[in-house]
Design a protein around this ligand. Structure first.
Ligand code: SF4
Ligand code: SF4
Length: 288
């Protein structure tokens, strides 16, 4: 069973919830699909047994010894990545989108496309099972593809180790990496917070998730900071046919635990929030 935890934006407590689920009991595979800002590895400190290079796009590089400074590439690059400085062609690695156009039109083949090979996927073990995660290097692209690579690896690892549950920590937002995370999973869990923007972000990610799975559940984090808004969110969820998985109270010990490299239910097992999180997890995985 694959479960994906997502949120419409960062800062809703999604990773704290995932961390609590990851340490709630069963041995499982955790896959951090937030490849642009992976953070669960900091908490779980996995021992790696695999490190794999991910080619995150290409950058154009000019050989100034061959270049005749005809200016064609400069005028055709629609990302304004090519400029002429002191009579020399300069290509900005930061602005280059790796479209290959300049390398194809250069009349003297002075431009080469170089693969971006600084991104990595890691796989290893952590204290409650196995962990897979990707880290996209700054400026490298196609994070959706890296998410797919992480998910495929997580499935292989689960099979090899006889583990039935794969828990995916999704990226924030509603872009391609989120689509790559939720496509084909058994259940999507949306973590939201009781604010107007929380409601709006939840609706947006719900809109995306429901195209890819029929089973969506919602957790309202810090519900007690605005109970009227919590009621509105719950009303909307019921109208949409989503499962209300639970309300989590605000508890500063969540942050305290994370700073100490633990989930809240590991560090404060008797806290109300830990008990609720364990109950939600047990219900989600009851048939596994
Ligand atoms: S198209 Fe080729 S030769 Fe012309 S300026 Fe660009 S790199 Fe130089
Ligand atoms: S590869 Fe595309 S984006 Fe990059 S410099 Fe060449 S034309 Fe511009």
């Amino acid at each position: 069973m694959e479960l994906a935890v997502v949120s419409g934006k960062g800062g809703t407590g999604k990773s704290s919830v995932t961390a609590a689920f990851a340490t709630a009991g069963e041995r499982l595979v955790v896959a951090d699909c937030d490849v642009e800002a992976a953070n669960l590895f900091l908490l779980f400190n996995p021992e790696h047994d695999t490190e794999q290079v991910y080619i995150g796009g290409y950058s154009a590089v000019v050989d100034n010894a061959l270049c005749t400074v005809c200016g064609m590439c400069e005028s055709y690059c629609r990302f304004d990545a090519i400029t002429r400085v002191d009579g020399k062609i300069i290509i900005s690695e930061r602005s280059c989108e790796g479209c290959f156009f300049c390398s194809r039109i250069c009349p003297v083949d002075a431009i080469t496309m170089v693969p971006g090979d600084r991104s990595r996927m890691y796989s290893g073990s952590f204290r409650n099972g196995r962990m897979v995660y990707g880290r996209l290097a700054p400026g490298e692209e196609n994070s959706g593809k890296l998410v797919n690579m992480v998910r495929n690896k997580a499935k292989r690892v689960a099979k090899d180790h006889g583990m039935n549950i794969i828990l995916l920590d999704g990226p924030p937002g509603i872009g391609c990496p989120v689509i790559s995370t939720v496509t084909g999973v058994d259940k999507v869990i949306i973590v939201t917070e009781p604010t107007m923007s929380g409601l709006g972000d939840m609706k947006r990610v719900h809109e995306v998730a429901r195209k890819f799975t029929g089973d969506i559940g919602v957790i309202i984090n810090k519900y007690d900071l605005n109970e009227a808004m919590t009621d509105s969110i719950e009303g909307w969820c019921i109208a949409q046919g989503n499962a209300l998985l639970g309300r989590l109270p605000y508890d500063r010990r969540v942050t305290e635990a994370m700073i100490s490299g633990k989930s809240v239910n590991e560090m404060f097992p008797g806290a109300k929030i830990s008990i609720i999180l364990n109950k939600i997890w047990n219900k989600l995985t009851a048939n596994e």
